[in-house]
Ligand binder design. Structure first.
Ligand code: DAH
Length: 339
């Protein structure tokens, strides 16, 4: 019996030492300590052992079981440790390798300029609103006092979807949409994309952006218009910027004007930027035509207003001294990266 136990112990330990995986170890445990295991088999023979020998043999069996269990634990720990080390080796990080560079996107120059304009007007208490790019002929023309025979309505200038629907040629229709809501006073700017059937060149594109402005309240005068837009020019192009207003004509404003500002490059002396004149035209504006107020349900006897329209691309090109508008649309990252 003693030899048998000794043999089982040695055999089990040898097998455990040879085993290289945790599941093999489990097989060994079952084969020796399990219900049908070798040690259990031996214990069944206890009944044949002489009574006075039994405690001794029992002790021996226990020792053997203990030795096998201890070895099992030990090998288990070793295998787990080896597995951990192998995994660590596999996952080694070489901190000296050069990092992968992410391509970080950034804002388009038009977006940067628009945000500057928005911040200036929001600072003056204006709300930023939007209108649809696909617009009813009514809002794009009629509600703005642009008569049916006006040249702007010519198919050469306007993209028609059908006789009632166009791609808006200006952001001015947002004026009519806001006034129609009937919530007064109004202080809004409406930036957005507009469309005209133009050929592409350095200063033209079939799609560009405008920023519309509209103020309607009691006692609004041309002085409010001048003060507001002069302040805008200063905040946008520098404290020394001066402005002047030239009479002009727009169907939806009366009187109407175009605003020029002193050239931010030469300060008014005349340079390449301002084509030698010292002045740069930057927007159209005027007092909202009484007919336009009336059509949108506002009483022109009680309320007056002013409006203005800024070409966003024009501002962007000036601000960044870019001389070809096409660069803004080509999405060449070598160009865009510079802003
Ligand atoms: N809608 C005009 C255009 O596209 C620009 C404009 C001029 C807008 C005067 C206005 C304004 O609101 O008062 O040429």
């Amino acid at each position: 019996m003693k030899e048998k136990l000794q043999a089982i112990r040695e055999e089990a330990i040898r097998k455990m030492e040879e085993s290289d995986a945790l599941d093999k170890l489990n097989d060994i445990r079952v084969a020796y300590l399990g219900k049908k295991g070798k040690l259990t088999e031996v214990m069944k023979g206890m009944k044949d052992v002489a009574a006075e020998e039994r405690p001794k043999v029992g002790q021996l069996v226990n020792d053997t079981r203990k030795a096998i269990e201890e070895k099992l634990d030990e090998v288990k720990r070793e295998l787990a440790e080896a597995a951990r080390e192998a995994k660590m080796k596999e996952e080694v990080i070489d901190v000296t390798l050069p990092a992968k560079k992410n391509n970080v996107g950034h804002r388009h120059p038009n977006t940067i300029a628009l945000e500057d304009v928005e911040n200036i007007f929001v600072g003056m208490g204006y709300e930023v609103v939007e209108g649809p790019e696909i617009e009813y002929d009514y809002y794009n023309f009629e509600a703005l006092n642009i008569p049916a025979n006006h040249p702007a309505k010519d198919e050469q200038d306007t993209f028609y979807i059908n006789d009632k629907i166009v791609l808006r040629t200006q952001t001015s229709p947002v004026q009519a949409r806001e006034m129609e809501k009937g919530k007064l006073p109004i202080r809004m700017i409406a930036p957005g994309r507009v469309f005209r059937a133009d050929e592409v060149d350095a200063t033209h594109s079939p799609s560009f952006h405008q920023i519309e402005g509209l103020v309607v309240d009691k006692n609004i005068t041309f002085a409010d218009l001048k003060g507001t837009l002069a302040e805008f020019a200063k905040e946008m192009f520098g404290e020394d910027t001066k402005v002047k207003f030239r009479p002009h004509h727009f169907p939806f404003t009366e009187p109407s004007a175009e605003m020029d500002m002193t050239c931010f490059k030469c300060g008014g002396k005349g340079c390449r930027m301002c084509k030698g004149s010292g002045w740069i035209e930057i927007l159209g504006c005027g007092m909202v035509h009484p007919k336009v107020l009336k059509m949108s349900g506002i009483d022109p006897e009680e309320y007056t207003g002013f409006a203005f329209g800024i070409g966003l691309e024009r501002i962007t090109l000036l601000k960044y001294e870019i001389d070809d508008m096409r660069l803004l649309y080509e999405n060449d990252t070598r160009f865009l990266k510079q802003f």
